[in-house]
Ligand binder design. Sequence first.
Ligand SMILES: [Ca+2]
Ligand SMILES: [Ca+2]
Length: 503
Amino acid sequence: MKLRYVIGLAAGLTLSAGLAQADEAACAAIEDMKFEVTNLLSATVVEATDALPAYCRVLGYVRPAINFEVRMPVEDWNGKFYMAGCGGFCGALNSDAAGFVNAMNYGLARGYAAATMDGGNWGSSSLDGRWGKDNPVGEDDWGWRAVQETTRVAKGVIEAYYEGAPERSYFAGCSTGGRMANMVALRQPGDFDGIISGAPALDYTGLVATAFAWIVQANTAEDGSRILTPEDAPVVRDAVTAACDGLDGVEDGMVSNPNQCSFDPATLDLAPEKIAVLEAWYDSARNSAGEDLYPGGVPVGSEAFWGLWLTGFEGGGGALVPGFGINFLRYMAFAEDPDAGYTAMAFDFDTDPARLADRAAVYNSDDPDISAFRDAGGKLLMWHGWADAIVFPGKTVDYYDALSAKNGGVEATQDFARLFMIPGMDHCGILGSGPGIDQSGFDPLTALEAWVEDGTAPESLMTTKTVEGEAEWARPVCAYPAEARFSGEGDWRDPAAWTCETN
Ligand SMILES: [Ca+2]
Ligand SMILES: [Ca+2]
């Protein structure tokens, strides 16, 4: 703070605007800093709003094309750094993302110096993978380098502005940002004290190439049309609810754990070809020998969200899974990009998974050896919605089991890594239209702060379902493998009626 104090004196203490001038000078000074392979573009003070404090906004890029932004509170900095990941194929600097998911302002609003980046590439949307065409450098950047380099520069900027390094650093991301979060634990074990990994696409190639091709092929008729339509999803949802909602002891519209629900699509009053699609979707992607190529398929209980992710909406739009799949397969999945006309229908489940290995080494963060992060004292908080119909949640549970096996069991693993599987939640809690919570219904950052800073590990996270501003119910979500159970006494809407139990 010393530099800013001196500038404050120089700017003239007699002026009521003196503080603001000093703030602007201290911020503007950042623009003249030099970092390797980095261009700083601007550093300006942005005025406070109802939601955010006044902050020094630093824009720049790490060459060739990693655009980043750092936002540092002008006053009342909490002494910490918060970095947010990005979703899908990124492709834009989404600095004003609302809510919690991949949102730097979530940290800024709490007094953090915050940063985010665009994944190192520009696209017309986060669904646009065209930048990956013949672009292994851009793929490295999206895979890991954009986060690593932005961490380096952001920490340097923060240290210069406040004349002291942040006392703590946190990374939070969901989906691709969750993949990045686990990549941080693997590749940058000393950079962050705490990491929040939401709905992580840990095996990106297995999911977005193999499993998405499986989804698309299963649902494509010979004439190229979709077999399951937007109108079918509510029919399936109602049948699943009727069959399985009550198995967890509470009829709240949610299937708490899809593994407890053995729903048989053949019981539906739908055409046989539609039932065949459902059987394939709820199953795993398989090769011709019947071998599992990806751990788990579309989770039972996710049907409320199928419009956006899988079936599309009546009247058009949605069905993002096929969109992500085709962009990934054409431009990002293989070492050599196939012809521009390539579609998921051409994916060969016997021979193509092996061809993904080259890019898997760049993108995937499912290696359970994060011992360097553990040994550096880092804490990893993972979360995933059980009703995620795009990043299927089975892989996250498998990963945590592998992590436990590698670290001498669940108890030892829980010393540094905990997983929270959230019943009924959509992908990253983006949609609140189902019976589960959305991203505003829980607060993993406060839990992680208590773990990192006070040593209080989270046994559970409180989740609150809000409808039109009114809290409908609240209950804990327990650290895996424990699950929240309703005691059977009192009101299930009351969190006191729930306890964490392990089978
Ligand atoms: Ca239920
Ligand atoms: Ca490529």
